[in-house]
Ligand binder design. Structure first.
Ligand code: NAD
Ligand code: MLT
Length: 527
């Protein structure tokens, strides 16, 4: 059955068509209440949202079949990403599509505050001719302070430079050289606030940017300066800003975003020296089409298993890289399941080594699949490749991942060592003909085993007659041996025998084999 996609905020038809043309069933249901959303979301494998739909932990818990959340826009503060990750849901955004649109909105607001455009407009509409009242300020040679020099911040800086402004930036995650190469001066936040004539905010809303500009910071700003926010409400403390505006501590502000939208309960919007727009940054025809296409394409590729683009809680995987690592998913899955059925005790440590060229790829995804299969039998909670690493760490399991690009015995292989409080298991696997999973060594004994539905893993004394005994005993139970791999450290020591079986032996046959004095241990593994 085709995957079902819920579109819960208005989305350009271009995006909807991409999903429909790919064969998905697309339902558009707007303005659902949280209760309605909790009920509806159960039916869908994917959801596309903009900023109105709130995907809280509670809604995500109800989303039993959801695999992907696509945000047609940049900000994902309306999605509980932690809850999505622990449920194994991939969250993707559409980061580039509305950059120019939001940058232009920012610049429109900078010019609007500098030249009193909305106030002058209203005055004239009210049949007043107040030319001296609306004397403005030029941008030329003025200082613009940008907080957050990401996609939008950079575009704003380019336009400001072309207006002859001097541009400063505060962004603790930005390399100084990048700012300098753009003709922008990186400085500290305090200094930026003190010297700027216009200050514009372009960071995401995070724990560290919430109330980034509050009373203390507003006190540093020049009386003649203007503050602009086209990023997210809450980065500027709204109460503190209302106070600063009413006390004329700063010249004015222009806001496009609010901590609560619509912001009708905010006194701030009544201030006389503020210009407000209703979250219009991305509201251009071009941006809406761009983000709808970007989000729909990412979702389509993800649902078809072709690529993972713009994921915020999963590695980015271009189609080319996906093609290379995808065959290892099955190998990792089988290795994890194999060891989980063989090893005893509580897992303490997992070491995963990627040997050869595969080590140059984004192997976290393969590790996630291995750990998911290793732990799935032990955990009550839903585990999948997205939450596996974090669930394992939560359980105190140490995880080490090693990459050794130099070619070893195989062009590519994965070697895992799982240590429990009782024992240690080592398994190495590779792909034959680039897609057939093979186990090529176990506990440092060379083998060559294609994982199959039923397998017997036996440690036996290396002496004549054991293989014959196994064949006869299984034959008596009508169990056909489809494949066999034998290995040992040294003659007459302990040997490892792995049998691929066409059907599963009866319990009493297994007991009969175990009772033989030359059999040290035996485990039946099923895939
Ligand atoms: P981006 O990720 O490209 O850039 C964000 C920048 O903020 C990065 O350079 C990052 O290093 C910086 N940053 C993070 N924490 C910081 C901190 N504590 N102090 C200073 N800098 C910090 O994002 P973008 O595409 O440029 O978008 C920026 C914001 O604009 C997003 O949060 C998004 O929600 C918002 N946005 C709003 C609209 C709108 O309609 N008004 C439209 C698009 C985007
Ligand atoms: C965004 O984060 O992309 C913006 O808030 C635009 C929007 O979705 O309205």
């Amino acid at each position: 059955m085709a995957d079902k996609v819920l579109v819960s905020d208005k989305l350009s038809q271009e995006g909807i068509n991409i999903l429909k043309d790919a064969g998905f069933k697309v339902d558009c249901q707007y303005e659902l209440s949280p209760e309605q959303l909790k009920k509806e979301i159960k039916k869908y494998q994917a959801i596309i949202i903009r900023s109105s739909t709130k995907l809280t932990a509670e809604v995500i818990k109800a989303a039993k079949n959801l695999k992907f959340i696509a945000r047609a826009g940049v900000g994902v503060d309306n999605v509980d990403i932690k809850a999505a990750t622990s449920r194994g849901i991939i969250v993707m955004n559409a980061p580039g599509g509305n950059t120019i649109s939001t940058c232009e909105q920012t610049f429109a607001l900078i010019l609007a505050v500098a030249r009193n455009i909305p106030f002058a407009h209203n005055s004239l509409k009210n049949k007043k001719w107040e030319r001296s009242k609306f004397k403005g300020a030029e941008l030329y040679l003025k200082k613009l302070g940008i907080i957050g020099l990401g996609r939008i911040g950079k575009e704003v800086s380019k336009r400001a430079l072309s207006f002859g402004m001097e541009v400063f930036v505060y962004d603790p995650f930005l390399q100084k050289e990048i700012a300098e190469s753009l003709g922008i001066k990186p400085i500290g936040l305090k200094e930026l606030l003190k010297i700027s004539d216009f200050i514009t905010v372009h960071t995401p809303l995070t724990e560290s940017t919430k109330n980034l500009i509050s009373d203390k910071e507003l006190n540093l700003i020049k009386k003649s300066a203007f503050l602009i926010n086209c990023a997210r409400g809450g980065i500027i403390d709204e109460k503190a800003l209302a106070k600063a505006l009413s006390e004329k501590k700063i010249a004015g502000a222009a806001l496009d975003v609010y901590s609560q939208e619509p912001p009708f309960k905010l006194n701030l919007i009544d201030a006389e020296n503020i210009i407000v727009t209703p979250h219009l940054g991305a509201s251009t025809k071009e941006a809406q089409v761009n983000v709808a296409i970007e989000a729909a394409n990412s979702l389509k590729d993800a649902l078809l298993g072709k690529a993972i683009n713009n994921a915020l809680n999963y590695a980015q995987l271009e189609p080319e890289a996906y093609k290379i690592i995808q065959p290892y998913f099955s190998l990792a899955d089988k290795m994890g399941s194999f060891i989980s059925q063989l090893s005893e005790g509580a897992i303490k440590k997992i070491k995963i080594s990627y040997l050869g060229k595969i080590s140059t790829q984004k192997t976290d995804i393969i590790s996630g699949i291995f750990i998911k299969s290793l732990l799935a039998r032990q955990l009550e909670s839903d585990i999948n490749q997205i939450n596996a690493l974090s669930l394992a760490k939560e359980r105190g399991i140490k995880i080490e991942q090693i990459k050794a690009p130099e070619e070893q015995e195989y062009v590519n292989s994965i070697r895992v060592k799982v240590s429990t409080d009782k024992e240690e298991k080592i398994l190495e696997g590779t792909l034959f003909a680039n897609f057939n999973p093979r186990f090529v060594s176990m506990d440092n004994v060379c083998i060559e085993v294609a994982p199959s539905k039923y397998m017997l893993v036996i440690n036996n004394k290396d002496m004549p007659g054991v293989i014959g005994f196994l064949g006869t005993t299984l034959g008596k139970d009508s169990v056909n041996i489809a494949g066999m791999s034998l290995g040992r450290h040294a003659p007459k020591g302990i040997a490892l025998t792995i049998l691929n079986l066409d059907n599963t032996p009866k319990e009493k046959t297994i007991e009969r084999i175990k009772a033989n004095k030359n059999i040290i241990s035996l485990k039946l593994v099923k895939f």
